[in-house]
Design a protein around this ligand. Sequence first.
Ligand code: ADP
Length: 201
Amino acid sequence: MKLIILGIQGSGKGTEGKLIAELYGLKHISTGDLLRKEVIEKTELGKEISSYIDKGNLVPDELINKIFLKNLPKDKFILDGYPRNLSQAEFLEKVNPVEKVIFLELPEQEVYHRLGLRVQCKKCGAIYGLNVKPKKEGICDKCQSILERRKDETPEAIKKRIDLFKKETLPLLKFYKSRVIRINGNQTVEAVFEDIKKLLQ
Ligand code: ADP
């Protein structure tokens, strides 16, 4: 099974992507997580990456394609955050085309609401928000470190990311045409997961 999970910021790609990966035994590849890992580890590459992502800009295709390919297995994967534009989709189509694209739909006002509640662990990068709350407020369940706002979740960076999504990522729906499965993302985590399972069969 080779899948993409696509959706606007805060639509639940990460949460649902991980559930699908667990159920079907797939590798969940989140390019956002891969990039943030470099930043947290303060590698040379991480410094270059944060100059793009902190402002809400996309990382250049050449750089992201390299990082992405290093992490891509032959089969059994779900991609979250990749491809993000037509040139990345064309690249993926050449190296390893996917079978289905799960598209999580969410109204824009809900995006702002959800992102306003989202925090990230300073140390391990785990993300918490509307549906995934830490057991102790402000503290990561996994490593007990402090939770903070993501650097790219300032109002300016959020606006830029949403604009980029509409301009660069939405056209992928036309590119993938009949491979696209549309899901109402404006429901609980469990209800979205149920819909995905039904429509994937
Ligand atoms: P979101 O979908 O909420 O914007 P992600 O965690 O998927 O967040 O990505 C965070 C940032 O990482 C993006 O704003 C962008 O800068 C960078 N990024 C992630 N995936 C890609 C990609 N495929 N191409 C270019 N930049 C990417």
